[in-house]
Design a binder for this molecule. Structure first.
Ligand SMILES: [Zn+2]
Length: 101
């Protein structure tokens, strides 16, 4: 099992439809918006975002949205100067989602 390097929470790595790696919380959650599609033994599951969430599916949430140290993640990324624009987009999307709630 993988763990977040910042907060130690159990996570799993998935890939987005743009083929970017992204950590999600290990367990599906009520407010999640990511459906995971298994892609076989040797590839991480594919993350599919749902803005309208049909029932009967387990939804996961990006760990960037729940990590208590997400601020730190972002600062580190900025310092290293290798930000991932896709992931960054996901993060701000997720954050604005949670602010709405
Ligand atoms: Zn974390």
């Amino acid at each position: 099992m993988d763990k977040c390097r910042s907060c130690g929470a159990p996570i799993k790595w998935v890939v987005t439809q743009k083929n970017r790696r992204m950590p999600v919380d290990l367990e599906p959650v009520e407010g999640g918006n990511i459906e995971l599609h298994p892609q076989g033994e040797f590839r991480p599951p594919l993350a599919v975002y749902h803005s309208i969430r049909p029932p009967g599916i387990k939804y996961y949430i990006s760990h960037f949205a729940t990590c208590p140290k997400a601020e730190q993640h972002r600062r580190k990324q900025q310092k290293k100067d290798l930000p991932n624009p896709v992931i960054r987009g996901v993060v701000s999307q997720q954050l604005s989602h949670s602010e709405e709630q």
